[in-house]
Design a protein around this ligand. Structure first.
Ligand code: SAM
Length: 281
């Protein structure tokens, strides 16, 4: 089994990750999740973008969410996507040239945006805050570059909601306890999105959540459940969290694989979304 089969997912430094191709492919897969599609449609309804407006996508990744919203901006609208990863942006730019619109994908840090104050009608950030050491710094930057009365949209995962059912209550309990604790990054930030908006004086207008569920996985055909990290890396997380002895790591993985092969596998994960209004002036 190579690294691609056992990888964990980490989006802090995509370009130097030995599994960069897996990270890119995973973003494609997660864009197809029912929960992702529902939250993006919900966001689009609430942003109510119009012709000639400007949109910024912070941590835009492969750019497909920004490029879908460009449709709402007419021919004189503008979309800017910022991401720290050149590899992500290379794919995003290729998609944008096909779209032939006013789109700029640029390298930058969410916590130090190279964009003017009060410029964008809407600023969005999806599944990126969970990878930042200081998510409040990024949301503060979003509030700086959005126009008075503009909109801020945050979508992010709450990994403490992650559950796995393979017919083993003890295993499920250990996973729940391990994922409930943030270790080294704000993995449970989804539930704090409204507080983050208020912290930068943006008033939440509406909020929702969506749960992605997996009801099947064939480990003989796919190294991981669709768009998910590997079960080996989940085992490593449990070891780190003190929920699994290192010696039991392989047994943990084989229990899950065995259950999945016998049609006894499900997982769930909840993502949250909020759209907030910037102050009028
Ligand atoms: C999980 S992906 C989400 C991509 C996209 N927003 C989506 O939902 O499809 C996280 C993205 O955040 C980017 N990222 C991580 N740290 C960043 C930073 N400090 N500034 C800007 N982007 C960052 C990564 O390169 C990656 O593209």
């Amino acid at each position: 089994m190579g690294t691609e089969d056992t990888h964990s997912l980490g989006y802090e430094r995509v370009d130097v990750d030995p599994n960069v191709s897996v990270l890119l492919a995973t973003m494609d897969a997660t864009a197809g999740w029912e929960a992702t599609r529902r939250l993006r449609a919900w966001e689009r309804d609430r942003l109510k973008l119009g012709g000639g407006q400007r949109l910024l996508d912070v941590g835009c990744g492969l750019g497909e969410a920004a490029l879908a919203l460009v449709e709402d901006l007419g021919n004189d609208g503008e979309v800017v996507g910022v991401d720290v990863s050149e590899e992500m942006l290379r794919v995003a730019r290729a998609k944008a040239s096909a779209a032939e619109r006013r789109v700029r994908f640029t390298v930058g840090d969410a916590c130090a945006l190279d964009e003017p104050n009060d410029y964008f009608h809407a600023v969005r950030c999806e599944r990126t805050l969970q990878w930042l050491a200081n998510p409040l710094a990024a949301v503060t930057e979003m509030a700086r570059v959005v126009r008075p009365d503009g909109r801020i949209s945050l979508i992010d995962t709450d990994w403490s909601t992650f559950t796995i059912d393979v017919g083993d209550d003890d295993l499920a309990d250990r996973v729940r306890k391990a994922m409930g604790t943030e270790r080294g990054r704000p993995s449970n930030i989804g539930r704090r999105l409204r507080d983050l908006c208020r912290a930068v004086c943006c008033e939440p207008l509406d909020a929702t959540e969506a749960t992605q569920t997996w009801t099947a996985w064939n480990p003989n055909e796919l190294p991981t459940p669709d768009g998910c990290f590997s079960m080996e890396s989940l085992a490593d997380d449990l070891v780190d969290a003190g929920q699994l002895a290192s010696a039991d790591r392989d047994g943990f993985v084989s229990t899950i694989r065995h259950a999945a092969l016998h049609d006894q596998f499900s997982m769930a994960l909840t993502m949250h979304a909020v759209v907030a209004a910037a102050p009028a002036s």
